[in-house]
Write a protein that binds this ligand. Sequence first.
Ligand code: HEM
Length: 468
Amino acid sequence: MAIVTAPVLLGAIVVAAIVLFVRCLQSPIASLPGTRLSLFSSLPLKYHEFRGNRTNYVHSQHLKYGSAVRLAPNEAAFTSLEAMKEIYMSGGSGYDKTEFYYLFKQYNTNKRKRILADRYANTNVHKEDAIAGIKQRSRSFVNKVAQLPDKQMDVYIYLHCYAFDSVTHHLFHPYGSNSINDVTHENIMREVSFDSSLPRRLMDHYNPRLIPFADMLGLLPPSRSSPSAKQLVTDAVNQDSPAEFTLLARMQDPKMGLERIQMAAECMDHMVAGIETTGDVLCWLMWQISQPECQPIQEKMYTELRESFDTPYDQLPYLNAVLKEGLRMFPSIPMSLPRYVPQGGRDIDGAWLPEGTIVSCQPYTMHRFDQDVFPKPDTFDPQRWLDMEAEVEMNRHFFAFASGGRGCVGKHLAMAEMRLLLRDVYSQYQTVLADGMTADMSMADQAISSRPRDQTCILKFIPRGVSA
Ligand code: HEM
């Protein structure tokens, strides 16, 4: 038996390292700019992911290296319109999603897409009994404010309750939640929204074998667990005769051939996707316009609402501009939406990348990078959406709901929820930051989605007609 001596072993390691080094230098991704380390390792990227800071890190790489950037030996990010179209829209649905998606588990994409399409269409969202439920939830939110003796509210909590009640209404009315008024349901919302298992989920994605060791050292938070949310969904799915506009009604159609367990899994994914996204955008937006320098924005919105009392809620230009600006600056899914380069490789922005390379654009950067399209990108300025010429180009870059066949299915529902709530709140109240409101509202990435870091935002509501 050959004896492997230390010098032989060392020599083998050196040779292997040299081969790896040369391979990395010669790989097609080496033609893209990026940190030197990113040629050989994904560690810097992973470090920022584990710290909930991936979006900012990727954005900083774009600012430093340009619109196409290498992030890791097998991963690149882009910000040009051409790259966005190629990755997300070529062939209709763009490239395949990577396994990074915990949020939307899929049992059969094509089948599911057929089932869903009409339930989330704007016409279905606006059916009388569908929209009536959202309007009722929006009124409940405003009534909740009215009941508070000091008119101070943690809007992070109640906007998530609003999003929860609205999405469950659309998924399985009349078995939806009432978390704005019912503390049992509020606790279900908390179970879903306050999950802090990001490092564990990332470890599970990248290297599940390390989990037992990390657990022994107490390095990881507990697993994601949402038993009450699952129970709510299971109970709803086991009911008969949901309202005709709901997703559940569509799924229960025997022609669909779906098991109850499949319906529950799908409803659960949609429920989670519909709570944090809508709740977070509204929270960041209301926090932003409650700043002293944004009070004129509220005044303008109030004037529009007062003068256009009979105008349908989705035809209020200024309110719409405020919402679009909120989605631009605070997209609740701000980070890269990763996809695999398909078989045969592809040319993206002049760089040829082999099959299997992970490529992405991120909404946060798409909404900021090109300053000809978004001048002063870090300034909250709804007015920019009222310039019709500029609006065309901004809409082409608007990526809050992604683009193409795998973009957000719930966007019409989300837009209806957000417009209704803003209309109902700002036609009756002015909001300001509550005294002592110092919570950290910076982005904390949660794998794909993101949320305000401290998960609290206390605002004071001043009834219109009463001075601040
Ligand atoms: C402001 C609110 C929302 C934002 C910003 C948002 C954003 C997004 C984005 C960016 C994606 C695409 C992810 C990707 O392509 O990688 C997505 C997918 C999705 N969204 Fe939303 N979303 C919102 C609200 C909702 C609501 C209310 C629902 C209701 C059910 C929903 C359900 C979904 C589902 C099911 C997918 C996965 C689609 C697929 O895999 O084909 N979203 N969302």
